[in-house]
Every structure is written in structure tokens, then in C-alpha cells.
Design a protein around this ligand. Structure first.
Ligand code: BV8
Ligand code: ZN
Length: 257
């Protein structure tokens, strides 16, 4: 059973500008492996080997198969109670004329599947594909029924290798997504960092930018991270439990307001 201070609940029920950054941890309770937890995706590999253009060019089939294996997981899982709580919070604030900006590093689209709207995807998504040479979008889609594709398909326009529409290490983030995320961080009253180790930049800089701009910084993570020491409130719990409990406490507090 989680209890939250009256002060925190008062702040959350009276604030009208909220920004949230999520990472792989929010999808963990759906059954999607995180990156840096001991059993994480990268426990077996180094990120540069797989999630980078160099890695892809050096070993296209291995990188392609890694993404197909992840697509298979993403295709089979559902959003969890943490995703759903964020959908309900977005609705609650918007019904009161507030602004609730959801920024994610995740590429699994579970936030959208749960019902969140206007999700800012800093690192792209694992569903779409495009040509690594001419950049044209490619229609390939992973499906659980189709025979597994062992190497990157070829572009119908230029013959280039097709790649997943994620942002790899060393690649710029989509400028409009990054700009929208920074604007939300700089103007919000409350900033949540949920399920991220805060090791990957520029995403990891957002919570600090928000705090510097005067926001209340709340971290939700069962483990310590690189930014836990800056958090005003640290909720050391799995997001699938903590977020529904927090939202329920907000509603209870609000009903007596
Ligand atoms: C950039 C998409 C400008 C692909 C990802 C050298 C050359 C180039 C760049 C750099 C360089 N050195 C450093 C950099 C910058 C680099 C960077 O930050 N590197 C780090 C490792 C130091 N950044 C970049 O390259 C970015 N681009 O800077 O461009 C530029 C360009 C050229 C040259 C210089 C600069 C691009 C970064 C994007 C990389 N793409 N993913 C894919 O998914 O395959 S990153 C990858 O990490 C995922 O997107 C992931 O979301 C992200 C962050 O990881 P987390 O989400 O935090 O996941 P993690 O496993 O780490 O943590 C999970 C957390 O959840 C844990 O804390 C755990 O405790 C918690 N948890 C577990 N269970 C739960 C839970 N929490 C709550 N509830 C639970 N139940
Ligand atoms: Zn092409």
C-alpha cells in the first residue's frame, strides 16, 4: 500500500502543467526487457554494436534480427497499469484545462496503445521502417504470422538496406520532438521521470532542465539512478504499482478539495 504526503497531493491536484519522461522501465511490467537492468537487452551486447549505424553496416543481418526479435516481443505484449494510469492522468488534467505532455524514450508504442495522445517519441519507433540510403519510408511491417525475415529488406527505389525507424546512437533526435520536449520541461510545474536510468542524452537532461526552470521533480523508479539525488520526490517502486496508487490518492484528495 503506498501513501503520499498531503503536500505532494496538494501540488499534484492544483498544478495545471505536467510533463512526464518515460523510459524502458515503464514497459518492464508488460514483459518488455529493459536495456540496462541485469537481464536487460544489452546485457549480452554493447549498444554501439547494435543500436548504431556503424553496427548496422558492419553486421546488418545481426542487427536486423535483433530488432525482429524485439518486434516479436512488442507485438505480443499489452500496456500495463502504469501506462493506463498516465492515460487517466492526461485526461484528468485536460478536463481541467491543464496541459499534460508525455515524452518517451521508448520505441514500443505501448503509451499510444494504452490511449495516451500526442506522445513525443524522442527515439523513434520500432514498428516503422525506412531506407538507410535514400531515407524513403518502406512498407515492411513485422507480423507474427509472416515467415521471419532474416536480413534487411531492400529499398524498391535505390536497393539500399531497410532499417528500423529508431534513433541510433550518434544520430540526431527528431528536432521537432526534442524541441517540444524541451519546451515542456522548461514550462511545466511538475516533471515526472519514470522508468529511466537517465544515462542517455539529450533525453536524460530533461528532468534537470525542468528542475532548473523551477518544476517539482518526481522520480518513479525501484532503483537509484544518475539523477535520483536531484529529485524532490523519489518514489522507489515499480511504476505499474506506484502510478495507479498515486492517481487514486490524487482523486481521493481532490474529492475533499
Ligand atoms: C545524440 C533507440 C547528437 C534504439 C536508443 C559518442 C558519439 C555520439 C553520441 C554520443 C557519444 N557519447 C555520448 C553520446 C551521446 C549518446 C549517449 O547519450 N550515450 C550514452 C550511452 C552515454 N546519445 C546519442 O547518441 C543520442 N544522439 O546525442 O545526437 C550527436 C550526434 C553525433 C555525435 C554526438 C552527438 C541518441 C540516443 C538515442 C539512442 N537510441 N534507443 C533502440 O531502442 O534500439 S537509446 C535506448 O536507451 C532506448 O531508447 C532507451 O529508452 C534509452 C534509455 O534507456 P532507459 O529507457 O533509461 O532504459 P534502461 O534499461 O537504461 O533503464 C531502465 C530503468 O527502468 C532502470 O533505471 C530501472 O531501474 C527502471 N525500472 C525497471 N523496472 C521498472 C523500472 N522503473 C519503473 N518501474 C519498473 N517496473
Ligand atoms: Zn532507398
Amino acid at each position: 500500500m503506498y501513501t503520499f504526503s498531503d503536500n505532494l497531493l496538494h501540488t499534484l491536484t492544483t498544478a495545471r502543467k505536467i510533463a512526464v519522461l518515460t523510459g524502458a522501465g515503464i514497459s518492464a511490467e508488460s514483459g518488455v526487457a529493459t536495456f540496462r537492468d541485469p537481464d536487460g537487452l544489452w546485457a549480452k551486447f554493447r549498444p554501439e554494436e547494435l543500436a548504431s549505424m556503424d553496427g548496422f553496416l558492419k553486421n546488418p543481418n545481426m542487427v536486423w534480427e535483433w530488432y525482429e526479435a524485439r518486434r516479436k516481443v512488442v507485438d505480443s505484449v499489452k500496456p500495463n497499469a502504469g501506462h493506463t494510469a498516465l492515460v487517466e492522468m492526461q485526461k484528468w488534467y485536460e478536463e481541467r484545462g491543464g496541459r499534460f505532455t508525455l515524452i518517451t524514450q521508448n520505441v514500443d508504442r505501448l503509451h499510444q496503445q494504452a490511449g495516451s495522445h500526442d506522445v513525443i517519441e524522442l527515439h523513434g519507433n520500432i514498428i516503422d521502417n525506412y531506407c538507410s540510403r535514400c531515407k524513403k519510408p518502406h512498407e515492411y511491417r513485422y507480423t507474427s504470422t509472416a515467415p521471419n525475415v532474416k536480413e534487411p529488406p531492400r529499398c524498391t527505389y535505390c536497393g539500399g538496406m531497410i532499417r528500423p525507424a529508431v534513433v541510433w546512437f550518434g544520430e540526431m533526435l527528431p528536432p521537432d520532438a526534442l524541441e517540444a520536449a524541451q519546451e515542456a520541461a522548461e514550462t511545466c510545474e511538475v516533471f515526472f521521470s519514470i522508468g529511466t536510468s537517465a544515462e542517455v542524452y539529450p533525453a536524460a537532461g530533461l528532468p534537470i532542465e525542468a528542475k532548473r526552470a523551477g518544476a517539482l521533480f518526481i522520480e518513479v523508479n525501484p532503483n537509484q539512478t544518475a539523477i535520483t539525488r536531484f529529485a524532490d520526490v523519489s518514489i522507489s517502486a515499480p511504476s505499474g504499482e506506484a502510478l495507479p496508487a498515486l492517481f487514486a490518492s490524487m482523486l481521493a484528495k481532490n474529492n475533499i478539495l
